[in-house]
Every structure is written in structure tokens, then in C-alpha cells.
Design a protein around this ligand. Structure first.
Ligand code: GAL
Length: 673
């Protein structure tokens, strides 16, 4: 069995992507010296090195990588070794131009950037298998090797290819999935708009069409593209397992919903030995630390709650957004240690030394252009010491209070063409509900809609347009057995083929919610409605309204304006031992706070009113103890009630009563007993 933690690493991981091929070997000596100064324990190497390792077909140059791995080993730095299959060399593309992917519009990408790959291409697969085999044979038992890093961020930036090889592969995938073409016709509803297929050979990828393409076809193509990338991952992983037994194999995910929308990470989480993630702050004016916490929670959930590893984030600004602000003093440490609080077994960056040339030269790094007499370097060294001081938390698990249901496949379906409103976005609702829970200081686990959620007192469904009957039964049983459920609008509408569930909306949720929805009535841009209750509650909502008919549920809040005036806006249904809430409109942050406050009362989840806003408190627990992480994202000193006394690991101080967390600082207390 492969190990599930980096081999030979006895501390938390700290380091980054190391691309030393950009520098003369004399610089490597300085690199390892500085790595030791900063407390680096692991680096990721070789992710983009195919053209150097195999300069011409079948001719290999491993000398430089031999010297590099030996050098790192001598200095006690573990290696996360990449298979460079995300960047085939130019000679490969000259021989196999059809391995370059094609867009839905029929345009073939060119060589000259990275990650231009058709994953159905047989020549690409063969070449990827060969270079992976060569690397595994050479380095499979190298003493520096801690783990294998396959490819890079599958699905980013090319999520699908639409070429003829993919068309043929898609037909095979459909034949395996459905058996007969009639089953495909039935699932996709091709009786409509005269799209009936006589044979699999008639079916193409959903390429450019004059009006909306068949949604069943489009949804299955996303599944196919995702499954095809997974086939290639498995192919490499199995070679590595065979030739490098025991060494864990991973590929770096991008779970943040704002950064990758084409990969079903529930499925991928089951394929890797160790879940790893890359996370970058998106500076779009929102609270970046909330987005970060959400990505970390999603990563941990994809790992089934087990420890995972942050393989990339940035020391300061990135270079690929329209505007790339630097991180504020202390922000890097808060970011890194929040990932650790939420389950990461360390913190690594892109990249070690800032590039002088190439597309990413304005991306920050651990060693900036300005060298070591810089704020970034000083903060890197300080962070390295903090990460080292936290070594004993390895193997502990983050405790969560609430489950939020999320499904990438539902998101794909929701984002297809021709929906009731372009303003309703599943991700926006997931973000909004997450933020409202974050502001109540509740730690979130994400769960697949069919997963067992019985251990959570509160389960939130922000946007699950696609939901199976099995998921509906799961949630009904959850409530009957005493759970509290909160469901947001436009959930439970279609089945796995994007076919509307029979009967009234919301198909599999009707019984648990005790209502039906007769019609959707989205609002126009700028239009708002008031939502009021008998106790004087008045909330404002926008984007979406519905005509809800209670069938057992009680009306809690009612639409005061708009076409739905007088109809229920928020309902509550007692079922068995539990309660199910439904919100049929888009509430703002205050409204969601009010709703979740009431649902939390049903769930008997005590509010953490003693914690200030933006002071994040998370616990990890395990054999070595219980650890309370407090991250102060504010500009004011804060106090965090401890309950039990303990020892603060970053300062070594004893802590009791109310823990002082200075403005912008992080504190980690090992609680006594
Ligand atoms: C990641 C990628 C890295 C680097 C980084 C920059 O998506 O894996 O190689 O490009 O972005 O932020």
C-alpha cells in the first residue's frame, strides 16, 4: 500500500516549487543554503522539465536532475518529484500536432505556453507513459524522494478538447456508459428539436451550435472530459506505484470554486494517495480570507477529513489577475496557517526563487527579485520557524460543526445555457452561505449530496440544481432522524441527465420541505423585494423569487412586493424529529445571518457571540492533543476565550482564560488534558 504522507518527512512540509533549471548550478548552492535558513523541508521539482529531461525523442539527460536530487538530499530537503507531462516538448508536437487541443469553435491551440494537451490523444498518452516510466525507474527509490507529483492542475487552463480523437473517445465513453444509442437518446431527450441519433457514430462533442446545445450532451461531455483526465492520471499513477512502491502519488488540485470549474474533485479525491491543493487569493474586492478558508475546508472534505497538503500559494502578489496587490505585512503567515488550521500538513509556495524571465516573472516567490534583504524574505524565514514550531500537530484532524452540500456535477448542469436567470449562480450562493456560516464562527465540512451527514446538527444546501432521488432520500432521512436542513432556491430541480424531476418542483425535496414550487419568477437587474414576518422582521432580497405552495410547511417570512407578494418566501417544516427550512429568494448577508440564526436554534448550535468578526477560531484534534488556532484578520488586538488553559506553540507562553491574539497575528494553543 502506498503511504499517505510524504515519505521521510518528520516535520510539517514547508517549501515550494523549485525550478532550478532557470539558473546556473552555482545558484543552486545558494538556494540550498537559503532553504536551510528558511526551514524548508520539501520542494516540488521537475513539474515543467520534460524538454530538458528528454531534449530529443528517446534521448535523456538526467544528469542535472541527479545532481539536484543528491544536493537536496545532502541538505535534508525532501523532494516532491513532478512528472512533467503537463508540458510535452516542441519535438513531440512537431511529430504529433493533433495532440494540441481544439476549442469548441474548432480552433487548435499552438505551442508556446503550457498545458496544451488533448487528453484523448494516443501519442500523448504513450509519450507521457514513457517519460513517467523513465523517471520512476531512475528515481523511484532515490533517498530524497518524498512523493510523486503527477502533471499539474488537471483541467486548468484547458478544461476540454473538442477534436476528432475526442469525438471518437466520447462515443466509446457513451457506449460504455449507456450501452445503446437509444439509451442516450432517452437520457438527452433528443426527441425534442429533432436531435435523434441513429448510431453512436452520429454523435459529436458539443461544438459550436447556433442556439443552445443539447444540455444532456453538454453535461455528459463535461463528465467525459473529467473522466478522460482521470484516466491519464491513473495511467501515470499506476506506473509510479509499480516502479516506486510505497511512495505516495498525488496531483495538485485547485479546489477553490473561483479557480477551477471542470474537475469533479469528489471523484479525484478517491484516486490520489494524498490530497494536495493550490490556492491563490482572488482580489475581487471580497474578503479573501473567507474564500481561502472555504477552499481549505473543501480540500479537507475532498480528502474525507484526512490531513491534506497545501502545495502552492503565494508569498505576496500573483501576476495573472488584472490587478495583483502585494500581501499586507503578516498576511502570508495568516494565509498559510489558516490552511494548516483547516487540515493542511504544511505550507508550500509557487515558487522558491522569483523568475527573471518568462511569463511568471512578476509573480512573487520565497526569494524575491530583491533578494534576502526584503520584507518577503524576512516573513518567509519567520513563517518557516512557525511551521517548525507546529510540528506536533501532524496527523490531527480539523473539527467541523456544519455540513454544506456541494456537487461539481450539479454546478456544471446549473451553468448550462438557457436557465431562468443568468443572475443566479450556484457558486455565488455557495460563497454567500459559507460566508454567513464563517461569520457565525462555524467550521464547515463540505459533503456530497448522497454522503452520510447524520453526524452534523445542521446541513446547508446553497445550490443543488441537480439532485438524484437518492440524495433526496438521504436528506429526508437526515431530517426525520433529527437533523436541521436549510435549502436554498432552485435546488432539486433536475436529475443526473438534466431532466426535470417528475411532478412539481423541487422533485426529491418536496416531502422533506413540505411544499411545492409552482413557478420561478426571477427579478430584473436592480429589482428588489421585501420579505417580512409577523414579528416585524423585514429583509431585502433580489435576483430570484418563486411561487411557493406550502404543503405541510409553515410560512416564516412572506414576500411583501413583486409578483410573489403575499406568498411564502421562507418556510419551516417539522418532519419526524427534525426541521427543514426553505429560502426561495436571494437574501443578502444580513438575511442569511437571520435565517441561519433561526436554523441554528433548531439545531441547538450555540452562537459564538464571544468571538469578534474576522477572528477565526478552528480546532485540530488527534492523538497528540487538541489544538486551538486563532487567526486575527483584523487591525485590532483580540481576545479569544479558551475554556481550558494550554501552551501557545508559537511563543511558548502559557495561556489561560482569554487568549490575547494581537492585531494581524496567529496563535496556536495546545489545550491541556
Ligand atoms: C498555478 C500553477 C503554478 C503557477 C501558479 C502561479 O496554477 O500550478 O505553476 O503558475 O499557478 O500562481
Amino acid at each position: 500500500m502506498p503511504e499517505t504522507t510524504p515519505r521521510g518527512l518528520t516535520r510539517l512540509a514547508f517549501g515550494g516549487d523549485y525550478n532550478p533549471e532557470q539558473w546556473p548550478e552555482s545558484v543552486w548552492q545558494e538556494d540550498v543554503r537559503l532553504m536551510r535558513e528558511a526551514g524548508v523541508t520539501m520542494v516540488s521539482v521537475g513539474i515543467f522539465s520534460w524538454a530538458l529531461l528528454e531534449p530529443s525523442p528517446g534521448t535523456y539527460d538526467f544528469g542535472w536532475l541527479d545532481r539536484l536530487l543528491d544536493l537536496l538530499h545532502v541538505h535534508g530537503i525532501r523532494v516532491d518529484l513532478g512528472t512533467p507531462t503537463v508540458v510535452p516538448p516542441v519535438w513531440f508536437y512537431r511529430a504529433h500536432p493533433e495532440a494540441l487541443p481544439v476549442t469548441a469553435e474548432g480552433v487548435r491551440y499552438e505551442f508556446g505556453s503550457r498545458a496544451a494537451i488533448c487528453h484523448s490523444n494516443a501519442d500523448y498518452r504513450a509519450a507521457a507513459a514513457t517519460i513517467t516510466t523513465r523517471l520512476a525507474e531512475r528515481y523511484g527509490d532515490h533517498p530524497a524522494l518524498a512523493m510523486w507529483h503527477v502533471h499539474n492542475e488537471y483541467g486548468v487552463p484547458v478544461s476540454a478538447c473538442y477534436c476528432d480523437s475526442c469525438a471518437a473517445h466520447f462515443r466509446r465513453w457513451l457506449a460504455t456508459t449507456y450501452g445503446t444509442v437509444d439509451a442516450v437518446n432517452a437520457a438527452w431527450g433528443t426527441a425534442f428539436w429533432g436531435q435523434r441519433y441513429a448510431g453512436f457514430e452520429d454523435i459529436n462533442p458539443p461544438r459550436l451550435t447556433p442556439a443552445a446545445v443539447n444540455p444532456g450532451q453538454a453535461l455528459d461531455y463535461k463528465r467525459f472530459a473529467d473522466a478522460t483526465m482521470r484516466e491519464n492520471f491513473r495511467m501515470e499513477r499506476d506506473i509510479l506505484h509499480r516502479l516506486s512502491p510505497g511512495v505516495p502519488v498525488t496531483t495538485n488540485f485547485m479546489t477553490a470554486l473561483s479557480q477551477c470549474d471542470s474537475v469533479d474533485y469528489w471523484a479525484w479525491g478517491r484516486e490520489v494517495d494524498l490530497v494536495t491543493n493550490d490556492h491563490y487569493l482572488i482580489t475581487d474586492g471580497r474578503r479573501t480570507h473567507v474564500n481561502l478558508a472555504m477552499a481549505a475546508d473543501l480540500t479537507r472534505s475532498v480528502a474525507g477529513g484526512a490531513p491534506w497538503l497545501l502545495l502552492e500559494h503565494s508569498t505576496s502578489g500573483v501576476n495573472w489577475q488584472p490587478r495583483n496587490p502585494a500581501k499586507a505585512p503578516g498576511q502570508m503567515a495568516r494565509n498559510s496557517l489558516t490552511h494548516v488550521a483547516r487540515g493542511s500538513e504544511g505550507a508550500l509556495f509557487f515558487q522558491w526563487r522569483q523568475s527573471r524571465r518568462g511569463a511568471e516573472k512578476f509573480h512573487s516567490a520565497m526569494v524575491p527579485h530583491g533578494g534576502t534583504d526584503t520584507r518577503v524574505w524576512r516573513e518567509v524565514v519567520e513563517l518557516g520557524a512557525s511551521v517548525e514550531a507546529l510540528g506536533e500537530i501532524r496527523g490531527t484532524r480539523t473539527e467541523a460543526d456544519v455540513a454544506v452540500l456541494w456537487d461539481w456535477q450539479s454546478w456544471w448542469a446549473q451553468n448550462l445555457d438557457w436557465r431562468p436567470s443568468v443572475d443566479h449562480e450556484a457558486r455565488e450562493r455557495a460563497d454567500a452561505f459559507y460566508e454567513a456560516l464563517y461569520d457565525r464562527h462555524l467550521t464547515v465540512d463540505f459533503a456530497h449530496p448522497e454522503a452520510d451527514v447524520s453526524r452534523y446538527p445542521l446541513v446547508v444546501v446553497p445550490a443543488l440544481y441537480l439532485m438524484t432521488e437518492a440524495a433526496g432520500r438521504n436528506l429526508t432521512a437526515y431530517v426525520e432522524n433529527g437533523g436541521t436542513l436549510v435549502v436554498s432556491y432552485f435546488s432539486g430541480i433536475v436529475d443526473e441527465h438534466d431532466a426535470v424531476h417528475e411532478g412539481a418542483y423541487p422533485g426529491p425535496l418536496r416531502d422533506v420541505l413540505g411544499l411545492t414550487v409552482e413557478e420561478f419568477s426571477p427579478l430584473l437587474p436592480g429589482e428588489r423585494v421585501r420579505v417580512t414576518g409577523p414579528d416585524g422582521t423585514e429583509l431585502s432580497a433580489d435576483v430570484w423569487t418563486e411561487f411557493v405552495v406550502p404543503r405541510g410547511a409553515d410560512t416564516v417570512l412572506t414576500y411583501a412586493d413583486g409578483l410573489a407578494a403575499g406568498l411564502p418566501a421562507v418556510t419551516r417544516h417539522r418532519l419526524g424529529e427534525g426541521t427543514a427550512w426553505y429560502v426561495s429568494t436571494r437574501l443578502g448577508a444580513d438575511g442569511l445571518g437571520t435565517l441561519l440564526g433561526r436554523a441554528s436554534e433548531d439545531a441547538q448550535l450555540a452562537p459564538r457571540a464571544d468571538l469578534p468578526r474576522d477572528v477565526e477560531v478552528v480546532r485540530r484534534t488527534g492523538e497528540s492533543g487538541t489544538y486551538l488556532f486563532a487567526v486575527n484578520h483584523t487591525g485590532s488586538d483580540a481576545k479569544v476565550p479558551l475554556g481550558v488553559p494550554g501552551t501557545e506553540l508559537l511563543t511558548g507562553d502559557r495561556a489561560a482564560g482569554r487568549l490575547a491574539v494581537p492585531a494581524g497575528a496567529v496563535r496556536v494553543v495546545r489545550l491541556d488534558g
